[in-house]
Design a protein around this ligand. Structure first.
Ligand SMILES: [Zn+2]
Length: 88
């Protein structure tokens, strides 16, 4: 329920801000496309276009490799709103 409302708008936010390159060090920006368990959100939920979703995916995988984003999240460590800046 909450998730559908969170991604109601159906436009690619990267296209709108005319982003050509997504920096893997920009974790705050990447978190928009991550679930609360740090999984990559599918395109149908985020509304990203195909091109930018691929850029986001690459950036997230790079960020994981550089330990900016965890690969897995323990059940105990899951928080309700880890990205308090991105939602409202
Ligand atoms: Zn786009």
């Amino acid at each position: 329920m909450m998730r559908e409302r969170k991604f109601k708008k159906r436009f690619c936010k990267y296209c709108e801000s005319k982003v050509d390159y997504i920096d893997y060090k920009d974790v705050a920006g990447l978190k928009f496309s991550l679930s609360e368990r740090y999984k990559i959100m599918p395109r149908r939920l985020t509304g990203n276009c195909k091109r930018h979703q691929e850029l986001v995916t690459v950036a997230i995988k790079r960020a994981r490799q550089t330990a900016l984003i965890p690969y897995i999240v323990d059940r105990k460590n899951v928080v309700d709103a880890p990205f308090e800046t991105s939602n409202r």
